[in-house]
Unconditional design. Structure first.
Length: 269
């Protein structure tokens, strides 16, 4: 949630805004999303620790490590540092974050830091699971269900703050069942179309929907990290749903009623 490259809905929102002539830089996104992410991360950690970790549990963790100085490691450090620097200075060089994202792929493959074995090591069954959610999202658009859902609500009659809450809630609900990417692709362009009839800006609507989609984490198909955790066999769907509902509802409340107040203060909106 904290950066444009952290999850697909963020990149989808930035792309939709750019097509509409609205520029949100990498740093501006971080200013808007990182405070919310940090608060939500702390609350999520506290809830998960309270629910699943016994009070008398002990952990023995070996924190010793040797700084890797091999050729591949040095190349990786350099490429990672250059990529992050280009992302953070987007407002200076005006190279899109999407274009910068190609840098590590090209350089790491050309220098053989990554190879075909790395691609074969990917959890392809997990990707198929997520693809199923994206297919459901495409079905929603193909059947016109998305337009019916938005058209059934009189958006102009909803107060600004409540509108933000409803948009975030819709993004959260849909992304739980059809994946984050599919939900963002469906909802962000339509949500931005509301900016002409309501008092809320297109940038605020796009960011709220994107972050609302990212909060959808109740089911294995909701997001790849959930699918990967589920594939280990240690995370039952029921427990994933319980944590996802609690974290999602708390996140939606913070996103709708607290985060927009800070955006105006720091000048993001």
């Amino acid at each position: 949630m904290g950066t444009p490259v952290g999850t697909p809905p963020n990149a989808i929102a930035l792309g939709a805004l750019e097509n509409a002539g609205v520029k949100v830089t990498f740093l501006q996104w971080m200013l808007a999303a990182v405070p919310l992410m940090l608060v939500l991360l702390a609350l999520s950690w506290a809830f998960i620790a309270w629910r699943y970790i016994p009070s008398d549990a002990t952990f023995n963790i070996d924190t010793s490590a040797r700084f890797e100085k091999s050729r591949s490691a040095i190349i990786f450090y350099s490429v990672a540092g250059a990529t992050i620097l280009l992302w953070m200075t987007e407002s200076l060089h005006h190279i899109s974050a999407n274009v910068v994202g190609f840098l590590p792929v090209v350089v790491l493959l050309m220098t053989k830091v990554m190879s075909g074995d790395d691609l074969r090591a990917l959890e392809w069954p997990v990707l198929w699971l997520v693809a199923g959610g994206i297919a459901l999202g495409s079905g929603v658009a193909a059947t016109g269900l998305d337009k019916w859902m938005l058209g059934s609500i009189q958006w102009a009659s909803i107060p600004g703050m409540l509108l933000i809450f409803v948009l975030a809630l819709v993004g959260w609900v849909t992304s739980n069942v059809i994946s984050h990417s599919a939900s963002a692709n469906l909802l962000i362009p339509m949500g931005m179309g509301l900016a002409a009839t309501v008092s809320t800006s297109a940038a605020e609507i796009a960011i709220v929907i994107a972050l609302g989609c990212s909060l959808g984490m109740c089911l294995p198909i909701s997001t790849p990290p959930n699918a990967i955790a589920y594939s280990t066999g240690t995370t039952p769907t029921r427990e994933m749903a319980i944590v996802g509902v609690v974290v999602g509802i708390v996140g939606i409340i913070l996103l709708a009623f607290v985060a927009p107040l800070t955006w105006g203060f720091i000048g993001v909106m």
